[in-house]
Design a protein around this ligand. Structure first.
Ligand code: PLP
Length: 350
């Protein structure tokens, strides 16, 4: 706190990202990164771009990447918005499309950045409780609202909402923007991008940080009706006209083109997830059904904070949220088979 801070800054409650430890030897299963590296083709494209052209600003419209995304999803390039990570895309969505008189709706247990953006942009919200099984119930969202947002699969639960249920939410609020945050969709779900041509109020966000293993590059996107995209472009061009740098433009486009590597690495993560779930269940954990690259698990006899501390002593870090309802859960990212084994060994005999 300083006398130079405005009252606005004094009242902000910022998001706290998962720890990024400096020690290289830790088994890092706390921020849902991909254990496999980016596509070698993406790396080669970025290496080729490391040249004298870096003195020049990048393409403000990132046409190369927009076209790659549009081609991949079978949409027009004016239906695609790009940002510096999907966090930035989400920030512009909150700012430009979710600020209304009625409250924004999102699940009580979901991405903890949503209430932070509400604080930043002065948006009223109503946290809608997940049901007893930690699932989203579409009927709970059929009430007056100024917008709806939810991750699918949800985070930190990992639970997937079927596409028909997403459609039910869209149909229940045809006059509100409905944002489906698909950061983890490639690990077991079906994207709602196939619905954007039928629902002008639908906006789907995705990231290259998870299934395309480029968290360090910071690229995220949104797909929706051109009118929604235009609103986001207006915000972006009033904030930072060059969110996608030269490396990101070519690297992310090459990652979208390397379908084979993407399919292979997603498959490996899914296979490992199934194995880790079975191993944790054998130790007595209850594991929520996950369609993501992480799992959410609790043990009936062991305190979650205690388990996280015990794992940490053995060099394995997982994420523990103190929030009510989920304080006894651990969120564990899926790593390589060796990292997953370190987790299982670290838990020991429970
Ligand atoms: C649900 C959800 N949405 C969005 C993001 C943001 O990802 P990024 O800014 O890396 O694209 C995350 C990151 O963990 C997430 O869990």
């Amino acid at each position: 706190m300083s006398k130079f801070w405005s009252p606005f800054v004094k009242n902000l409650v910022p998001y706290v990202p998962g720890e990024q430890p400096k020690l290289a030897k830790l088994v890092k299963l706390n921020t849902n990164e991909n254990p496999y590296g980016p596509s070698p083709k993406a790396l080669a494209a970025m290496q080729a771009e490391l040249n004298d052209n870096l003195r020049l600003y990048p393409d403000p419209n990132s046409d190369l990447l927009k076209n790659a995304v549009a081609k991949y999803y079978g949409v027009q390039s004016n239906q695609v918005f790009l940002g510096n990570g999907s966090d930035e895309v989400l920030a512009h969505i909150f700012h430009g499309l979710l600020q209304h008189d009625q409250p924004l709706l999102f699940p009580d247990i979901s991405y903890s950045f949503y209430p932070v953006y509400c604080g930043l942009y002065g948006i009223k919200f109503d946290a809608v409780p997940l049901d007893e099984q930690f699932q989203i119930n579409p009927a709970d969202y059929a009430k007056p609202n100024g917008g709806i947002i939810f991750p699918n699969p949800n985070a930190p639960t990992g639970c997937l909402l079927a596409l028909e249920a997403v459609e039910q939410i869209l149909k229940g609020s045809p006059d509100s923007v409905v944002v489906v945050d698909e950061a983890y969709i490639d690990f077991g779900g079906e994207t709602a991008i196939t619905l954007v041509d039928r629902y002008p109020n639908l906006l789907v966000t995705q990231t290259l940080s998870k299934s395309r293993s480029l968290a360090g590059l910071r690229v995220g996107l949104a797909v929706g009706h051109p009118d929604l995209i235009e609103a986001l472009e207006r915000i972006k061009n009033s904030f930072n006209s060059y969110p996608i740098d030269r490396m990101a433009n070519v690297g992310a486009a090459a990652a979208f083109e390397d379908r084979e590597y993407f399919d292979k690495t997603c498959r490996l993560v899914i296979e490992s997830r199934d194995k880790v779930v079975a191993q944790l269940q054998a130790k007595g954990f209850e594991v929520l059904p996950s369609a993501a690259n992480f799992i959410f698990a609790r043990h009936p006899k062991h305190d979650a904070a205690g388990l996280a501390a015990k794992l940490r002593e053995q060099g394995v870090i997982v994420r523990h949220f103190k929030q009510e309802r989920i304080a006894q859960f651990l969120r564990i990212s899926i790593g390589t088979p060796e990292q997953n084994q370190a987790l299982i060994d670290g838990l020991g005999d429970l």
